[in-house]
Ligand binder design. Structure first.
Ligand code: ADP
Length: 640
């Protein structure tokens, strides 16, 4: 029989499995059992509308069999099965292994470590059998087909597909366990207790019974009697088929039966996360729509979370039968990091994906879940700032875009969840804390400084006056921040004040008049500076905001420097017209200004140089790139 070759990608994955140094090879059983369970889900689902299936819920099961002499472990199911073509398509190629694209980006040197990470974090399905087996045989009969077929492979040199016998619909995956090596003892998987332990550990919540022949050492009567007439007994080994897993889905259990720790363990196994989730949300709703939900807030984003390929959504069940793997309609986009399951007997089973979108019950569930997730996040924010900070680092940006998107539809839901770095300390604070706890009565607005990071924001000259007044600032370091501020238009009746753009409102009338008088006196000089700088700036002014610093760059109008930077960073966008109107603000009381005045009176050429230097410095402070850095260096060095 001709051997067929694996596709290149699959071959690499196989090589990886065969030569795996991964220490948790035991997960192979979980992967194979989970495939069996999926296959049963499919046939069970079909049986609801197709009476020819001839099986009812109670008939479905997964068998795990051991043959010590033949050194085989067999996982059998009476699920939907595969025909020859499906075997080729499903087992001969990597189904949808995003993990591999991810891996190809790695340096060769990191490979070994990456391999382990991939196996650990993503699981690799069917192929994991090759970590413990040197030959894998799959015999399957598809529902509706008359004949069965066999797929067989010894690993990297390809596979064969041929005809086979199987009495009924379903699949057997027969793993021929590798001989023991110097370091590896594969024989451990030929021990029924070890296999049972693995089923318990990884597959306890599989909805279908996992049945194993378990040996028991029992006392039995021999049929004879002793000298006193009592029945004689002896110890014998009896083998009995036992359902090993507890089956009842964890979300159907009460809090007493499934602790938060149990739920976290379930999450890590089900969603292949090496980290425990930050929060567990249980919902048990009874009313117009009854459902149970078990949701999790992960600690970090999966590797492909921010890529286009990521499919968000919750697993949707109807009375324990899975009807959709990733139902995205159950959560708003801003909460798409939430993982978990929803189970409702009220949902019709034979509902199509399209119909589900318009399902009234689903909408009710979705709107409830949205509130629950918000409440849980708020609880985390109020009670565990460290955990919330972890959450924020992973997913904060989604909350921000959630506020801005859809014309602010979700802003009231999300605004309480915003947290910012700030001038008070290292901990992130919410807008509620800023406005209620940190703002003295005298403070009228929420001051914030925007920059690439908190350190830069803190060192902006235009923050000095705010701080001197005894007020604190929020530091806005995200691209989305500017848009969020606009969308919110204030918080707790307090408006936002961008220290780079808005009037700080901190000057007395007298100080204001003083600055204006000084500007009037220096009008010719300011005009000269503007003329020298040309259209690099819209205007040159004496500042109302500066105290100890000589200069800074502010802007006028809707487009701030941060907005301009954001649009410039978009690939391919035509951003010519997105330009902040720059204002050069000078400190009239600073020695630098006095030097400029003096130069203007004595040597205008020197005054022009100083003006250029001041603009360059303002740009540096604002993190705006200089058009001509070496020209700037020359200007400065010429002063030596
Ligand atoms: P995944 O389960 O992530 O899709 P696998 O490599 O584990 O990837 O399996 C590939 C595919 O092979 C499955 O999606 C399924 O279509 C098919 N398959 C595997 N095991 C079985 C089985 N026991 N019964 C029917 N189909 C199966």
């Amino acid at each position: 029989m001709a051997k067929k070759q694996f596709q290149a990608e699959s071959k690499r994955l196989l090589d990886l499995m065969i030569n795996s140094i991964y220490t948790h090879k035991e997960i192979f059983l979980r992967e194979i059992i989970s495939n069996a369970s999926d296959a049963i889900d499919k046939l069970c689902y079909m049986s609801l509308t197709d009476e020819n299936v001839g099986l009812s819920r109670e008939d479905f099961k997964i068998l795990v069999k051991l043959d010590k002499d033949a050194r085989t472990v067999t996982v059998s199911d009476n699920g939907v099965g595969m025909d020859a073509e499906e075997m080729e398509n499903n087992l001969g190629v990597i189904a949808r292994s995003g993990s591999f694209q991810f891996k190809s980006g790695m340096e060769q040197g990191d490979r070994e470590k990456a391999d382990i990470d991939i196996i650990g974090q993503f699981g690799v399905g069917f192929y994991s059998a090759f970590m413990v087996a040197d030959r894998v045989t799959v015999i399957s009969r598809k529902y509706g087909a008359d004949a069965a077929c066999k797929w067989e492979s010894e690993g990297a040199d390809g596979y064969t597909v041929s005809e086979a016998e199987r009495e009924s619909v379903g699949t057997d995956v027969i793993m021929h366990i590798k001989p023991d090596g110097e370091e590896e003892r594969y024989s451990e998987y030929l021990d029924i207790w070890r296999l049972k332990e693995l089923v318990k550990k990884y597959s306890d919540y599989v909805r279908w019974p996992i049945v194993m022949d378990v040996e028991h050492y029992e006392q039995q009567e021999t049929g004879e009697t002793d000298e006193n007439g009592k029945p004689k007994t002896e110890y014998v080994t009896v083998t009995r088929a036992e359902t090993v897993n507890s089956m009842v889905p964890i979300w159907q259990r009460s809090k007493n039966d499934a602790s938060d720790e149990d739920c976290k363990k379930f999450y890590q196994e089900k969603f292949h996360d090496t980290e425990a989730p930050l929060a567990v949300i249980r919902v048990n709703a009874e009313g117009t729509v009854s459902y149970k939900a078990l949701l999790f807030i992960p600690a970090r984003a999966p590797y492909d979370f921010y890529s286009r390929d990521y499919q968000p959504g919750l697993q949707l069940y109807s009375s324990g039968v899975m009807i959709m793997d990733r139902c995205a309609d159950l959560l708003p986009d801003c909460f798409r990091f939430v993982r978990g399951v929803v189970d409702s007997p009220d949902l019709s089973l034979n509902i199509s994906r399209e119909m589900l979108q318009h399902d009234r019950q689903l909408k009710v569930i979705a709107s409830n879940l949205e509130k629950k997730v918000k409440a849980e996040l708020k609880k985390l924010l109020d009670n565990d700032r460290d955990a919330y900070t972890t959450f924020w680092k992973s997913f904060g940006v989604l909350i921000k875009y959630g506020i801005v998107n859809d014309y602010g539809l979700k802003k009231d839901l999300l605004k309480d969840l915003l947290v910012y770095q700030n001038s008070f300390g290292d901990a992130l604070i919410s807008l509620d804390e800023y406005t209620k706890e940190k703002m003295p009565e005298s403070q009228k607005v929420i001051y914030y400084a925007a920059a690439e990071n908190a350190r830069r924001a803190a060192s902006l000259p235009q923050t000095e006056q705010v701080r001197d007044a005894g007020y604190g600032l929020l530091y806005m370091t995200d691209e989305a921040d500017d848009f969020v501020v606009r969308m919110l238009d204030g918080y707790n009746d307090k408006k936002f004040c961008n220290v780079s753009v808005d009037d700080l409102g901190l000057e007395t009338d007298l100080e204001k008049a003083d600055t204006e008088k000084k500007a009037e006196e220096n009008k010719a000089l300011l005009d000269f500076v503007k003329e020298t700088l040309g259209d690099q700036v819209e205007a040159v002014r004496l500042s109302h905001k500066l105290k100890s610093h000589p200069v800074f760059l502010s802007t006028e109008g809707e487009i701030t420097l941060e907005v301009e930077k954001y649009f410039k960073s978009l690939p391919g966008a035509n951003t010519e017209h997105v330009k902040a109107r720059r204002i050069l603000e000078l400190n009239g009381s600073h020695p630098a200004f006095a030097a400029l005045q003096k130069a203007y009176e004595e040597d205008t050429e020197r005054a022009a140089k100083l003006a250029k230097i001041l603009l360059a410095q303002a740009k540096l402070i604002a993190d705006v790139p200089l058009d001509d850095p070496s020209g700037y260096a020359e200007l400065v060095c010429a002063l030596f």
